[in-house]
Design a protein around this ligand. Structure first.
Ligand SMILES: [Zn+2]
Length: 60
């Protein structure tokens, strides 16, 4: 039971940290690079030119 409460606390904390990092109100995840800001091309790591390497796009 104590372990279950600890697990719930970690989940809640993780959720708030996730909300701090990801702000869905003003931007959406870049669908071209899947939010990473780059992809692995033939010449190695290629910066995404849609989001300019940020992984985020302004909400349209
Ligand atoms: Zn991108």
């Amino acid at each position: 039971m104590v372990r279950l409460l600890f697990f719930a606390a970690v989940l809640t904390l993780g959720y708030f940290l996730f909300k701090l990092i990801v702000k869905p109100s003003d931007s959406v995840r870049c669908s071209r690079c899947d939010g990473k800001g780059f992809w692995l091309g033939a010449r190695g790591r290629e910066k995404c030119d849609w989001c300019n390497g940020t992984g985020r796009l302004p909400r349209q």
